[in-house]
Design a protein around this ligand. Structure first.
Ligand SMILES: C[S@@+](CC[C@H](N)C(=O)[O-])C[C@H]1O[C@@H](n2cnc3c(N)ncnc32)[C@H](O)[C@@H]1O
Length: 213
C-alpha cells in the first residue's frame, strides 16, 4: 500500500472480498472481480462501487483511472498480455500500476521446513497459471505500453500465534480446485505449528509500473 499514490481514481482489479477497500475508500474507487461470490463478500464489507468483469476486457473508458492496484491476483489473470494491455488502456498517461503476487523467494533456511511441510500437507505446489508469463514481466509490461519502476521480492512473516491465525492462513490460500480434505490437512499442520512467536514465511513480489505520459 505504501507505493500506492495517495490521490486519484483507483481501480482495485481482481478485488476479491476487497481487503484493500478500507485503506482506499476515501477516494474515487471501483472494485472489479470475475467472481460473484467474492463480490458479494466485498459488498458485505462495505466496498462500492463493485463491477463483475474479467480482467482481459475491462468495462472502462480509455484513460479513466489514475491508479490500478492488483493485490495477489496477477498470477491468475490470463492471458497476462491481454490483461496488461487492458491496464495500460484504462490508465491515464502518468497513471500507476501497483501489483503484488505470491513468490518463492526470499526464504530463510528455517522457512524451508515450514514451507515444505505446508506443501506436503496441501499435496500440491503453489503453482499458478501466470507463473511463466510473470518471469517475463518487464518485457510484457513494455509490450503493453507500461514502464517498470520497481520489481522487488520481500519476505514477510505471517504470525502464527494461535489456532485462529492458523485457520485464517489456511482459508486464505488461493488454490482453486483444492479438495477440502487437503485444506483441512493444511489447517491441521499450521495449527500444530502455532506458538506465541511462530510465523509462516510469506515471500511477496511487488511490481510498480506506470504508463508514460
Ligand atoms: C487471490 S484472490 C486476491 C483477491 C484480493 N485482491 C486480495 O488481495 O485478497 C484472486 C482474485 O482474482 C479473481 N480473478 C480470477 N480470475 C479473474 C479474472 N479473469 N478477472 C477478474 N478477476 C479474476 C478471483 O475471483 C479472486 O477474487
Amino acid at each position: 500500500m505504501a507505493a500506492v499514490p495517495p490521490t486519484g481514481r483507483v481501480l482495485d482489479l481482481a478485488c476479491g472480498n476487497a481487503p484493500l477497500w478500507p485503506a482506499l475508500g476515501d477516494r474515487p474507487y471501483i472494485g472489479m472481480d470475475v467472481s460473484t461470490a467474492e463480490l458479494a463478500e466485498a459488498r458485505r464489507a462495505g466496498a462500492h462501487p463493485l463491477v463483475r468483469a474479467t480482467a482481459s476486457a475491462l468495462p472502462l473508458a480509455p484513460g479513466s483511472v489514475d491508479v490500478v492496484v492488483c493485490s495477489m491476483s496477477l498470477m491468475v489473470l490470463t492471458p497476462l498480455a491481454e490483461v496488461l494491455a487492458e491496464i495500460g488502456r484504462v490508465l491515464v498517461p502518468g497513471g500507476v500500476l501497483v501489483a503484488t503476487v505470491p513468490d518463492r523467494r526470499p526464504l530463510r533456511w528455517a522457512d524451508l521446513a515450514v514451507a515444505g511441510g505446508l506443501l506436503a500437507a496441501l499435496g500440491t505446489g503453489l503453482g499458478y497459471p501466470g507463473d511463466r508469463a510473470l518471469r517475463r514481466l518487464p518485457a510484457m509490461l513494455a509490450g503493453a505500453g507500461l514502464r517498470l519502476d520497481g520489481d522487488e521480492h520481500r519476505r514477510y512473516g505471517y504470525r502464527l500465534g494461535s489456532r485462529d491465525d492458523a485457520d485464517r492462513l489456511a482459508s486464505s490460500l488461493y488454490l482453486p480446485g483444492l479438495p477440502p480434505s487437503r485444506r483441512r490437512r493444511a489447517r491441521g499442520y499450521l495449527r500444530a505449528l502455532s506458538l506465541p512467536h511462530a510465523e509462516a514465511p510469506m515471500p511477496i513480489r511487488r511490481i510498480i509500473a506506470h504508463r508514460p505520459g
